[in-house]
Design a protein around this ligand. Structure first.
Ligand code: NZQ
Ligand code: ZN
Length: 396
């Protein structure tokens, strides 16, 4: 049966403020009468002077600060910020950091206006998944290109007490604006740069590598972004390479990878993310590095279901035009894994000293979080997920 592009709405209200030295724009981006809470992470923005530039731009305003949001932000920490917002009456939030700080700020913005138990913002067996209808306005200053959180309305939060990493999203949790200054990436270490390239790559794959529906714009857009990452990835991870255009292209690719453009009218997978989040929740491995473990294994196990798109990926992204379709697909999957490894991210559990004991533990987490029928057709059962985790145990 011929597949069609599904109906869609395209709504993205985030004002992108891109380029060098845009901090002074903050004074215009945030109304003068707002009481602003600046939220940040473990101290990188203090160390590298980003925070002092923000403070300077907001000189004369009533501002407060909340630091200490962890990588993989926890509900337990964020709820303290929610209390602070309510107690001191802030009416604008400013996230200064990477995806964790931005996601954390989205949760604070929503929870500060949420009636009832803030855990109910989440689903997946953690809360009642009640819709977020209202949130405080917030802006962001992005310091790490990776998640796309600076231009989307989703957030991922770890509930420490439940060993769960869960997400929520709402049309009211788009940032009002995001400052994207590529020069802020110059202080990133190689590991975070690699994480950014891989996370962006997998975001594109989650929305592209499903089954064809004839969406030419979405497909070509995805293929262009993937090829950009393959081209610049090896230079991006060189932490000493401060070429402005290199970092500018990296930053804009990461934003476009998950700003709601690629997924319009096409199926989405997101199983690599579901399986990856469980790995982070149990073993603390960086988000992107969990994806490097899962995606090559998932493409191997799901080859049959994804075959048509895998052939397209092989031909258009990796320029594999010789041999049988089967051979092209195998080579494209292998190239994908090698690309991650070339950036310094292992693709097997064994590199983290994890063995077959992880499979049962991770599958039971998926079950607990109701992730029993995932992927673009809802046909990725726990048994299929088990096969994917098992495939990822193997080392060469
Ligand atoms: O905490 P600080 O001290 O600021 O240090 C951070 C952190 O240790 C550091 N860092 C950030 N900018 C820096 C810097 N160090 C030097 N120079 C800079 N300019 O980098 C470390 C990692 O930061 P983090 O924000 O955790 O990384 P990332 O942006 O990769 O975010 C990961 C989180 O986002 C979620 C992930 O699950 C994870 O919790 N995701 C959010 C998504 C979304 N909202 O759409 C989608 C993604 O798939 C992802 O799930
Ligand atoms: Zn991701």
């Amino acid at each position: 049966m011929k597949k069609e592009i599904a109906n869609f709405d395209y709504y993205n209200p985030t004002h992108i403020v891109f380029g060098k030295n845009r901090f002074s724009d903050l004074a215009d981006l945030i109304a003068a009468d707002k009481k602003v809470l600046i939220l940040y992470g473990g101290g990188s923005v203090e160390k590298f002077d980003t925070l002092s530039k923000v403070r300077e731009a907001l000189n004369g305003r009533t501002i407060g600060e909340f630091g200490g949001i962890e990588a993989n932000p926890t509900f337990e920490t964020l709820i303290e910020a929610v209390d602070l917002v309510k107690r001191e009456g802030y009416d604008f939030l400013l996230a200064v950091g990477g995806g964790s700080v931005i996601d954390g700020t989205k949760f604070v913005a929503a929870a500060a206006r949420f009636l009832g138990d803030p855990l109910d913002i989440f689903g997946n067996g953690v809360g009642a998944s009640k819709p977020v209808k209202e949130a405080l306005p917030f802006g962001t200053v992005l310091t790490l290109p990776a998640t796309g959180s600076e231009m989307n309305s989703g957030a991922v939060v770890t509930i420490k007490s439940k060993k769960a990493k869960v997400s929520f999203g709402s049309p009211v949790t788009f940032p009002v604006f995001s400052i994207l200054d590529p020069e802020l990436t110059y202080t990133l270490p190689e590991r975070q740069l690699a994480n950014g390239v891989i996370d962006s790559f997998v975001h594109i794959m989650e929305q592209y590598l499903t089954y064809p529906v004839g969406a030419m714009v979405q497909d070509r857009y995805a293929e262009g972004l993937l090829q950009t990452l393959i081209e610049i990835g090896p230079s991006v991870v060189d932490e000493k390479n401060h070429d402005y255009n290199l970092r500018a292209n990296f930053m804009w690719t990461a934003t476009n990878a998950l700003n709601g453009t690629l997924n319009k009218g096409v199926p989405g997978d997101w199983a690599s993310h579901s399986l990856g989040h469980e790995i982070t929740a149990l073993y603390g491995i960086d988000h992107a590095r969990t994806l490097a473990i899962v995606l090559p294994a998932l493409l191997t196990i799901r080859k049959k279901e994804k075959f048509d798109k895998l052939v397209q990926y092989a031909e258009r992204v990796w320029h594999l035009t010789e041999g049988s379709n089967e051979a092209k697909v195998d080579q494209a999957i292998s190239n994908t894994g090698q690309f991650f490894e070339s950036l310094g991210a292992p693709i097997y559990f064994s590199a983290y000293d994890l063995g077959e004991e992880v499979v049962d533990a991770l599958v039971s987490q998926l079950e607990k979080h109701q992730l029993t029928a995932i992927s673009e057709r809802g046909d990725q059962t726990l048994e299929v997920s088990r096969a994917i985790y098992t495939e990822a145990l193997k080392s060469k």
